[in-house]
Design a protein around this ligand. Structure first.
Ligand code: SF4
Length: 357
């Protein structure tokens, strides 16, 4: 089975490698999330790192917000199936400790890491240990010296000032993020930053909200950046179990035809032509069963024979509902009519035959 061809996009960034995962320079967009366990609770944190990785996270960020957390982080590092990024705010010594412990990357926030001398100390440590660094600028915590600027400009100015210092120190193993909860601001900041630097970009709409609004805001922002080569790794921040962020990330990447993980379900909205076939229920049932599949193929659930066969034929598998039955399609060909009660099993029989998993 081959993965569906993905969209080529302009290469606008240089590449770094974070714990074996290439970021930027034409690499596929990497998906990441962040644990929300107490890092000193090693068992819970390791479990969540595994869950995130199983869902498809390429990288996982873990908060190192004090010496207890740093101790926990060191233990989690030994047991992780995926490269870890230490998330640091306020205390630059935590960044030094995390890099020393073997973090693949250290995320610092220029707005709260302290003076540039502390920032330089983190760079020196990363250069020594081989850890990458993320310069993570956030609209809620921009450095005071940039407060007079409009938000997007302040994000860019803060990031570029830190980029300049890193480059003066001959350190290029870093990526940058410019996050805001306001989509147009976030988009403007990332576009503007890209005009000045080819550093790989981590994208995210910060504090995007609960699942539906968070997913929509993230899609609206990423859809304006990723196809144009702006953005090399993403996080979808949701007020949810972080594992729920990963399928949203892949839905967005798949909708942009940049990366696929799992099947694509097409379903019509249903209307009076359905003659009673429960499109909505069937689509939900099909989607639920397919959420455990990693292969990428398309399944169409269509309510009638007016538009249904056309769509179903274009999909890898499909059904077009009739009065008491449904017409099953596979690889563009109508196969058979089955009773309404047998549609689900007939559809999955075809999917199973092809060995998808
Ligand atoms: S495919 Fe048929 S049932 Fe579905 S919305 Fe279109 S016309 Fe209505």
């Amino acid at each position: 089975m081959t993965e569906a061809a993905v969209q080529e996009r302009p290469i606008t960034s240089r590449q770094i490698v974070v714990g074996g995962v290439p970021i930027g320079g034409g690499a596929q967009v990497a998906v990441q999330s962040m644990t929300n366990t107490m890092t000193h609770d090693v068992e819970a944190t390791v479990q969540q790192v595994y869950d995130l990785n199983a869902a498809g996270a390429d990288l996982v960020r873990v908060s190192v917000n004090g010496s207890r957390a740093l101790k926990g982080f060191k233990e989690v590092l030994w047991r992780t199936p995926v490269p870890l990024i230490a998330d640091i705010h306020f205390d630059y010594r935590m960044a030094l400790g995390a890099a020393d412990a073997g973090a693949a990357c250290v995320r610092i926030n220029p707005g709260n890491i302290g003076g540039d001398d502390r920032y330089r100390a983190v760079i020196e440590k990363c250069a020594e240990t081989g850890a990458a660094m993320r310069i993570g600028v956030n609209s809620g915590s921009v450095e005071k010296r940039f407060w007079d600027l409009p938000k997007a400009e302040a994000l860019v100015a803060s990031a570029l000032q830190k980029v300049e210092i890193a480059e003066e120190m001959d350190f290029s193993n870093f990526k940058v993020s410019l996050k805001a909860s306001h989509v147009p601001e976030m988009v403007e900041a990332n576009r503007e930053f890209r005009r000045h630097s080819d550093a790989p970009l981590h994208l995210g709409v910060t504090e995007a909200g609960t699942k539906l609004p968070g997913a929509i805001k993230s899609a609206a922002a990423l859809g304006q950046l990723l196809p144009y080569g702006i953005g090399d790794t993403i996080r979808i921040s949701l007020a949810e179990d972080p594992v729920e962020e990963i399928p949203v990330a892949y839905q967005i990447l798949s909708a942009l035809n940049l990366r696929h993980r799992g099947p694509n379900v097409i379903a019509c909205p249903s209307c009076a032509r359905t003659l009673g076939f429960d499109v909505i229920g069937m689509a939900a049932q099909v989607e639920d069963k397919l959420k455990h599949y990693e292969d990428h193929f398309t399944v169409a659930v269509m309510g009638c024979i007016v538009n249904g066969p056309g769509e179903a034929r274009d999909a890898d598998y499909g059904v077009a509902g009739g009065k008491d039955d449904g017409l099953i399609f596979a690889k563009g060909r109508p196969l058979k009519k089955v009773h309404r009660d047998e549609i689900f099993s007939a559809l999955f029989e075809e999917i199973r035959k092809d060995g998808w998993k």
